[in-house]
Design a protein. Sequence first.
Length: 64
Amino acid sequence: MSNKLLITKKLRGDDGYRVFSVRLKTDTLERINELADSTGRTSNELIGLLLDFALEHSEVVGES
């Protein structure tokens, strides 16, 4: 199993998302924009994919 998120080329359609603001480091945004350019997807769509992947592979550890 790979630890990489495999991103396919963009297929257009309804998105059904809500809008909110988030602050990102400049270098992070640049990396997202480079990925967007190479995949034909929008940076917003990639951020959603990356967040979904991170949430699926996250685990809370330690005392609560």
